[in-house]
Design a binder for this molecule. Structure first.
Ligand SMILES: [Zn+2]
Length: 77
């Protein structure tokens, strides 16, 4: 399991500029319909700021490969 963003590089919150960040991987609700595996929702890596509460989620590289027009995704521009 690899992630495009290196968690160690995510040391500063983009919202409050704090550095009280926590990260973990796991399977949450299916936020990426069409990008999940057959048996489980796509694995996500979450980064949470304990100062302001901002939550960022990063899809795994496996899920990103399934973000295609065939699965109902379109580019925003
Ligand atoms: Zn923050």
């Amino acid at each position: 399991m690899t992630f495009p963003q290196d968690a160690s590089a995510q040391t500063t919150c983009p919202e409050c500029r704090g550095d009280n960040l926590y990260t973990r991987g796991g399977h949450g609700p299916d936020l990426l319909p069409g990008a999940s595996g057959v048996f489980a929702s796509a694995e996500m890596r979450s980064v949470v700021c304990r100062d302001c509460g901002l939550v960022r989620c990063y899809a795994s590289s496996e899920a990103l490969e399934r973000i295609t027009p065939e699965n109902g995704w379109r580019k925003t521009r």
